[in-house]
Design a binder for this molecule. Structure first.
Ligand code: ADP
Length: 266
């Protein structure tokens, strides 16, 4: 839109706003197109494995060991598909503001221990040691949805394992910050991210842009879940040195003594 001549200042401003909106629509359509193309690619890969193995097994004539191998691959690829579909559903719920959190008091250190147990086997396979470094020396409670917070840390630790070298380490560092906040750092000594790629990843993760391989949904979902919990997330990385993801969350108010407890103690 171009406005010529002597028009009130507001009209020029309106034209500028409309131009900006038009550009945003083009940009967001481009993001959607990129997203559909990367998600289709991610869905296609496990489907190809499932189709290939089920057709092969239908022919028959394999010994039990080969049959088990084929069925094992079908099952693993199906899990991958389920994971992808769940990610897409979560992402869509978050985009539409429809993610419902079930809020309760969550013991954060216990949740991190559970997260470590969940990924233990995966880390063990690569000889990676995961350690919780507690700098707080006190219970750390946050108000939040335990399952969703677990999803946040599982995703971060899972990435850390994925991008770490064999026989390396991952540290989960918990410390207290000002303004009643807790900081959890997921530190790895893995392949790291180059400055250029870090900007792209942050772009993807902050603006949900999907370029290159993968769906890029993992960090985008993680970021939005942290923000739903009134927290902040940041990513720092150096190529060849490692990556640290910083998650800051508000601490829960101290629990008030209930009447029942008062009665019980008298
Ligand atoms: P995807 O689900 O496609 O892997 P994520 O959103 O989880 O997407 O991560 C986006 C990208 O960020 C990854 O493909 C990878 O390039 C980079 N990344 C994330 N975590 C790490 C890490 N700990 N070390 C190195 N690179 C990482």
């Amino acid at each position: 839109i171009r406005i010529r001549g002597k028009y009130p200042y507001e009209l020029g401003e309106l034209a500028e706003t409309l131009n900006y909106m038009a550009k945003e629509i083009v940009r967001s359509n481009q993001i959607k197109d990129d997203f559909i193309s990367s998600i289709s690619h991610e869905l296609r890969t496990p489907l190809t494995g499932i189709k290939g193995w089920s057709e092969t097994l239908t022919i028959g004539g394999f010994d039990p060991e080969e049959t088990r191998l084929g069925i094992g691959i079908i099952s693993k690829e199906t899990d991958r598909l389920i994971g992808l579909v769940e990610e897409m559903l979560d992402f869509s719920k978050l985009q539409q503001n429809e993610m419902k959190l079930v809020i309760s008091r969550v013991n954060l250190k216990e949740l991190l221990q559970e997260t470590m147990l969940n990924v233990w086997a995966k880390a063990e396979q690569k000889g990676i040691q995961i350690k919780l470094e507690d700098e707080t020396e006190q219970p750390v409670t946050v108000m939040g949805d335990g399952n969703r917070l677990k999803q946040v840390f599982l995703n971060l630790v899972d990435n850390a394992i994925k991008f770490s070298h064999e026989n390396s380490w991952i540290h989960l560092v918990v410390s207290l910050k000002e303004d009643n906040r807790v900081l959890v750092q997921v530190v790895d000594s893995g392949i790291g991210i180059s400055e250029e790629h870090l900007n792209k990843v942050k772009d993807r993760f902050f603006q949900v842009n999907h370029q290159g391989g993968g769906t890029g949904l993992g960090l985008a979902i993680t970021q939005q879940l942290v923000e739903l919990h009134h927290g902040d997330i940041d990513l720092q990385s150096e190529l060849g040195v490692g990556t640290t993801v910083l998650v800051e969350l508000p601490l829960a108010e101290p629990e008030e003594q209930t009447g029942e407890e008062d009665l019980a103690s008298t």
